[in-house]
Ligand binder design. Structure first.
Ligand code: PMP
Length: 447
């Protein structure tokens, strides 16, 4: 007997919604913008899976590339060996970013990319003869995956409270959200400076000569699409430069076109020392992550062979041939269809299929004023609708919205009382209309 009920099945996906004792919703196939459910319904994917299927589902080039690669070279070790597609992919990836962001380390997930970046940061200072720099600073409300380093620097207290001290020497800066709420959509003036000063406060508190790196999501995704005010990330960069601290952008969500630019670093005009990515790199097909590293870091490791030997790091599946093939075909698809800039604000004629960011913004903001809606935020092709929590039952209202939207044929995601949207970047205006019309019906009808 195969049970598909979350509560008594043999599969143990911890994140299943035990809280609400729900039967799982089974997806059996997917094409372009739509999933098909086990009961034969079409559901519009308003979340690109888990923020990852940026080019849309079942794209032929990507499917064919994976199948071809599986027949040609199924596996090659990345220790003492390699294969041509790993080199090709690394060079294609770095061409998306300005120099000196010139090197790529391959992982299998966002969590692994984060662990890798944190280890590189600590090792970098040692290699430079600066072994006293051991502290890592994250940000409240930051999400950096579920491994030990990621939950340590992550700013979600409930994710780390069962695991004792975790990484030592970690601290967190305050999040900008409450002051910065909706700053982007209101075109708010530049009050990033005073918020960023919190970083300097924390750095000085610990003594700058002990601080190795700061990691932030440029736009916090999983905690509800929290967009920084203008100037904030620039100021973080300046403080890091002043104290010889590496700045890491976690672009696992914001990378690969999500903000209407290839990366958030393009959107905000701030270059970090490392960028972590995953998800959209292989369009959610074969698992892959990557850390982009500036040349100065790469070169520091290369100046003495002993450094490379001391820095032992790598995964059995780093640069897996299937993942590399999937990622190359994904990059082709992005390029051919202009997807990395599809979410930009409209520069041309409305309805030309480009610059969907404007259409997205206008459509989402029609939901302002609907029952329980206390905020609507957007950037690129990301959206958030924040609901007032139900007294005594936080998260219930948003979860009900999720269930009702799914019934009505749109997949949304919720985090706390925030509905998060991140559709595949191949969507068209009528898909946006469908998402917003469904949400309008759902919101009218919430407890
Ligand atoms: N960092 C960020 C910003 C993320 O959003 C996520 C996943 N949502 C991760 C890291 C972890 O990625 P993964 O689930 O692939 O390990």
């Amino acid at each position: 007997r195969i049970s598909t009920n979350n509560l008594d099945s043999f599969w143990m996906p911890f994140t299943a919604n035990r809280q609400f004792k729900q039967e799982p919703r089974l997806l059996v196939s997917a094409k372009d913008m739509y999933y098909t459910t086990s009961d034969g319904r079409k559901v519009l994917d308003g979340t690109a899976g888990l923020w990852c299927v940026n080019a849309g589902h079942g794209r032929p080039k990507i499917v064919e590339a994976i199948a071809r690669q599986a027949g040609e070279l199924d596996y090659a070790p990345a220790f003492q060996m390699g294969h041509p597609k790993a080199f090709e992919l690394a060079s294609r990836l770095v061409s998306l970013l300005p120099s000196p962001m010139d090197h790529v380390f391959f992982t299998n997930s966002g969590s692994e990319a984060v662990e890798t970046a944190l280890k590189i940061a600590l090792a970098y200072h040692r290699v430079k003869g600066n072994g006293s720099k051991f502290r890592l600073i994250g940000r409240e409300r930051g999400y950096h995956g579920v491994n030990f380093g990621g939950i340590s620097v992550g700013g979600i207290v409930t994710n780390r409270k069962m695991f004792g001290t975790l990484l030592t020497g970690v601290d967190h800066i305050r999040h900008t959200h409450d002051l910065a709420r909706n700053a982007f959509t209101r075109g708010e003036p530049e009050y990033g400076e005073e918020l960023a000063d919190d970083l300097e406060r924390v750095v000085l508190l610990h003594d700058p000569s002990t601080v190795a790196a700061v990691i932030v999501e440029p736009v916090a995704g999983s905690t509800g699409v929290l967009i920084p005010p203008k100037g904030y990330l620039q100021k973080l960069r300046a403080i890091c430069d002043k104290h010889d601290i590496l700045l890491i952008f976690d672009e696992v969500i914001t990378g690969f076109g999500r903000l209407g630019t290839p990366f958030a670093t393009d959107y905000f005009g701030v270059m970090p020392d490392m960028i972590t990515t995953a998800k959209g790199i292989s369009n959610g097909t074969v698992p892959m992550g990557a850390v982009f590293v500036q040349s100065k870091i790469h070169d520091a490791f290369m100046t003495g062979p002993e450094h490379l030997i001391e820095f032992f790091h790598g995964y059995t599946y780093s640069a897996h041939p299937l993942a590399c093939a999937a990622a190359l075909a994904t990059l082709d698809t992005y390029a051919e269809e202009g997807l990395l800039t599809a979410g930009a604000m409209d520069k041309d004629e409305p309805g030309d299929g480009k610059g969907l960011g404007t259409y997205w913004q206008t459509a989402l903001h029609t939901l302002r004023g609907m029952p329980h809606v206390i905020d609507v935020r957007n950037i690129g092709l990301v959206g958030a609708i924040e609901l007032a929590p139900m007294p005594g039952e936080p998260t219930k209202r948003a979860f009900t919205a999720f269930l009702k939207a799914y019934e009505k044929g749109v997949l949304i995601r919720t985090t706390g009382d925030i509905i998060a949207l991140s559709p595949p970047l191949m969507l068209q205006e009528h898909h946006i209309d469908e998402i917003v019309a469904t949400l309008a019906m759902v919101l009218k009808d919430l407890p």
